[in-house]
Each structure stands twice: as C-alpha cells, then as structure tokens.
Design a protein around this ligand. Structure first.
Ligand SMILES: Cc1cc2nc3c(=O)[nH]c(=O)nc-3n(C[C@H](O)[C@H](O)[C@H](O)COP(=O)(O)OP(=O)(O)OC[C@H]3O[C@@H](n4cnc5c(N)ncnc54)[C@H](O)[C@@H]3O)c2cc1C
Length: 333
C-alpha cells in the first residue's frame, strides 16, 4: 500500500480529525511548531497537535485515528527529538496533559504517561520510595522515559517497571514489564504503540537518604553537563565496545565548541549539541552531528549511533522515530 492509500490526507483528514476530537472532547490545535515543543527549540510547523487528558481518552483517540487512517506520532516533553525544519504533515499526539495523579499502594506507584519524570522522582522520594533517584535530572515525561528506557547514574526506568498501560483496540490494556525488552536506550515497544502509564515497584527507604542520593546525582550532572542550554541531552549513544564514552571521544578530537550556523558542540560536554539564537535551524544541528560522526568514523573507525530521534517532515506515521533518516540515523538493531 502506498502512502496515499495508507493515510488520509488534506481536507478530508482535517474534517475527520476535527470530528474525532470534538466527539471525544479532546483539544486539537493548529499553528504549533516543533520549535515551541522540543527542548532543542528547532523544527517546523505541525498540522495538528491533539492533547488528551485521560488514559481512556487517549486510548480511544489513537483507535479512531488509526481507523480513519490518520498518521500520528506521540510526543512527551520533546527532550529527545530533533524535528526538521519542514512542514510536518501528521498529527502530533501530545501527552503532556495526560498527567493525572499518582496512586501509591505500598511499594507500588501508578503514574500516567504525561507525568513529569523529575516531579515523579521528587514525589516518590517524599513517600520514602527508592529506585529512580538517578533519573531526577532527565527532563522528560514518564511515557518518553519508558519508550526509550531512560537511565542515568545507575538507574533505568525499565528495571523498576512492574506493568505498563498501553492503548490497544481503543482500550487501556495493562501488560507486565517483563514482557518488554529493556535495553540500553531502546525497548521492544513497537511503532504505533501508545504508552498510557505504568506501575513502578520501588524499594522503601529513608526519605532523607533518598534525597541525599538525588542531590548527589544532581551535582554530578551540574558539574558535567551544560545547564540552561537548549539541548536534547546526549546526541549519540556510547559505543558498545571500548572504555571511552562518546563525549570523551569527541572531546579528544578537539571538537568541543565546533559550530555550524545556529548549532554548536557544547563546550561543557562534547556529546551535547546545543542550539543558539532566535530562528535556530534543525538543519544546522543535523549537519554538525553528521560532521561529528564523520570525524569519529574517520579517526576511530566507530559508527556513532544517534540517541536523539530525527523526525522528518512529510514522513509516514511512526511513533518510534527509528526509521532511517538522512540515510544514516538508525536506532534499532
Ligand atoms: C538536558 C538533558 C539531559 C538528558 N539526560 C538524559 C539522561 O541522563 N538519560 C536519558 O536516558 N535521557 C536523557 N535525556 C533525553 C530525554 O530527556 C529522555 O530521552 C526522556 O526520557 C525523553 O522523554 P520525553 O517525554 O521528552 O520524550 P520525547 O522526546 O517527547 O519523545 C521521545 C520518544 O518517545 C516517544 N514517546 C513519548 N511519549 C510516548 C508515549 N506516551 N507513548 C509512546 N511513545 C512515546 C516519542 O514518540 C519519541 O519516539 C536528556 C535530555 C536533556 C535535554
């Protein structure tokens, strides 16, 4: 099936989307740009942004979008995405309003996908629950963290995930965390799967001790990473072999501070690409990233794999971002 038959486009698509959003009482907006919705602050216009507020609403929404053959992608805080500068002709399903309330039950906590990960870390620490204090500085949603198995300072979200709630057939379905493969910044969730929430199983501990470990992780992050800059965190994964991290490899090539237009290799951490100035361009960030990859390949024979996702304008529906991009960007084995 080609894209014209697989996805509904144009006016018919717009009319169908408006009907679905009205029926389900979900906010649907036009005129938004990725530059407002991602932490790199670059990226072009989006046809529609729809923002469900409950898990049941979100499950019904994706079912109806799929039935109507309307292409969509899920967006959390946009802190791991480089969206290109073109016009993105698909629906962005924003999860940030799906933040609800935490539900505590002993060592378990149930959390909606749109809940802020830093907020969650603070809230569970206050309730004397340990196991995710290393994740407190990751500026995304719980859904985004689950999608790519976010991790830092010895903690990964997959390790503590008891169950995940996903949208299937218009319903909220709970699956065991053990059914998911949790790898290094990659999971077995599939394209078109919307994550609605999760139940984490944590470890009771003294809130003061947990808070101290969170502070420790925070100061290590502050000492080694740029703060107050527009970034998407580490741009590339660490190579699977060898002891050198990607930041160190790029730093030793003397590339800290290298610039392409509005993009720069951070002078603080060489695996961070930051954007600067009004009207910064995704194409600058991508060109700089490719320059880094070429240097690393030429001088070390290492093919750096992107950790950020490239979202291309006019691409068919995919909520994984794991397709090829620029013929190069690959995240999956
Ligand atoms: C300063 C900084 C520091 C960072 N440090 C770290 C770090 O230490 N460790 C780390 O792992 N990451 C780090 N990151 C990267 C990023 O914050 C994480 O990847 C985060 O988990 C992404 O969450 P998000 O809500 O922003 O997801 P987004 O960037 O919005 O989306 C990322 C992917 O998840 C998918 N997705 C999001 N929500 C859902 C959902 N509900 N259902 C289905 N798919 C969904 C999207 O479609 C996309 O494919 C850092 C980023 C920044 C800017």
């Amino acid at each position: 099936m080609d894209e014209t038959t697989k996805h509904l486009n144009g006016n018919a698509r717009d009319a169908a989307l408006e009907q679905i959003a009205t029926r389900l009482a979900i906010r649907a907006e036009r005129g938004r740009r990725f530059a407002e919705l991602t932490s790199l602050r670059v990226g072009g216009a989006i046809d529609w942004v729809v923002s469900p507020e409950t898990e049941t609403q979100a499950a019904a929404l994706v079912y109806e979008l799929d039935q109507a053959r309307i292409g969509w992608r899920a967006l959390g805080s946009g802190s791991n995405i480089l969206a290109d500068d073109g016009e993105h002709h698909y629906v962005v399903l924003s999860l940030k309003e799906l933040k609800g309330e935490l539900e505590f039950n002993g060592e378990f906590v149930s959390v909606p996908a749109g809940y802020s990960l830093p907020r969650l870390c603070i809230d569970v620490a206050r309730n004397g629950l340990s196991g995710i204090e290393g994740l407190g500085g990751i500026p995304g949603t719980v859904g985004g963290a689950l999608w790519m198995n976010a991790g830092a300072y010895g903690h990964e979200i997959g390790t503590v995930t008891e169950t995940v709630r996903v949208a299937r057939g218009g319903k909220v379905v709970e699956i065991p965390g053990t059914d998911v493969q949790w790898n290094y910044r990659h999971t077995s969730f599939r394209e078109g799967e919307l994550l609605l929430g999760a139940t984490l199983r944590l470890i009771p501990d003294d809130p003061e001790k947990i808070r101290a470990r969170m502070e420790d992780a925070k100061s290590r992050r502050m000492a080694t990473q740029p703060h107050g800059s527009r970034s998407a965190g580490c741009f590339f994964k660490n190579p699977p072999e060898g002891n050198l991290g990607t930041g160190r490899i790029i730093d030793e090539l003397g590339m800290k501070g290298s610039r392409r237009g509005s993009a720069r290799v951070s002078p603080v951490h060489a695996n961070f690409i930051v954007t600067e100035g009004e009207g910064a361009r995704a194409e600058d960030a991508l060109a700089l990233a490719e320059e880094v990859r070429e240097r690393v390949k030429r001088e070390h024979g290492i093919e750096l794999e992107y950790e950020v996702e490239l979202w291309r304008a006019n691409e068919p529906r995919s909520s994984t971002g794991n397709d090829d991009a620029a013929g190069e960007l690959k995240r999956k084995e």
